[in-house]
Design a protein around this ligand. Structure first.
Ligand SMILES: *Cc1c(COP(=O)(O)O)cnc(C)c1O
Length: 237
């Protein structure tokens, strides 16, 4: 785990990359938010993110996030916690209680379980629909063909607020191929969002795409949320 000083240098470098990519794409930097991915790191990672002025952290496991969130509840009450990892529907209750946003809703069953859990908690839960927009057999996410039905099911859930779409780009055999996969995956997600807007009259403002290695490509494709771990905190061992 890096020190706060190391983290600050890394965060400034990531922010400079974001600013340059926004400039190149002709987009205002305020359109793109940086989600600090603190998974596997101790609670200090979330402290560093908050101290740097970031408003949200991303985690991929429910129990790990619940433990960190309760450790930091008194100290950082305003920090937002977002789930970016696969969620089994039997953990929907704890997930709905722990997270401010669930970016990884990938099935109708999960959407309905989260809706019921949010209803019991008396809250409206922000969600993103995760789509396997790169058709990667190794990735979670609804298949492209199933996404319209997932959207309809999620929009019918009274305790869910569907804010947009999320995807992870497949790795390629080498750097050029990985970049090409990322470009195609992100363009697919953007196109799907634009299509949903037209067909369903929903705005779906959030496009969560881009990580440490492909954030420039994601910004060029219209990302509004970059999920960055390694570039901020170093390797996860
Ligand atoms: C771990 C993870 C990230 C962060 O990846 P880095 O390459 O470390 O920036 C982003 N999104 C998801 C879904 C992840 O699981």
């Amino acid at each position: 785990m890096v020190t706060y000083e190391e983290f600050s240098v890394r965060a400034a470098a990531v922010e400079a990359r974001i600013a340059a990519a926004c400039h190149a794409a002709g987009r205002p930097p305020g359109e793109v938010r940086l989600l600090a991915v603190t998974k596997t790191h101790p609670a200090d990672a979330a402290r560093f993110a908050a101290r740097h002025g970031l408003s949200a952290v991303g985690e991929n496991r429910v129990q790990e996030a619940a433990a960190k969130r309760s450790e930091l509840a008194a100290e950082l009450p305003a920090l937002r916690w977002e789930l970016i990892g696969h969620l089994q529907s039997n953990k929907a209750g704890l997930a709905a209680a722990t997270f401010d946003c669930i970016q990884s809703v990938d099935s109708e069953k999960l959407a309905r379980r989260l809706d019921a859990a949010a209803g019991e908690l008396g809250k409206t839960l922000a969600v993103l629909l995760q789509v396997n927009a790169g058709r990667d057999p190794a990735k979670f996410g609804a298949e492209i063909e199933d996404a319209p039905r997932l959207l309809e099911a999620a929009l019918a859930c009274p305790h869910l607020r569907v804010e947009g779409l999320m995807t992870i780009a497949p790795l390629g055999a080498h750097e050029t191929e990985t970049a090409e996969h990322a470009r195609r995956t992100f363009a697919n997600l953007r196109e799907m969002r634009d299509d949903f807007r037209t067909r369903h009259g929903v705005s779906l403002p959030e496009l969560s795409m881009g990580m440490s290695g492909d954030l420039e490509i994601a910004i060029a494709a219209g990302s509004t949320c970059l999920r960055v771990g390694t570039a901020l905190f170093g390797g996860r061992g």
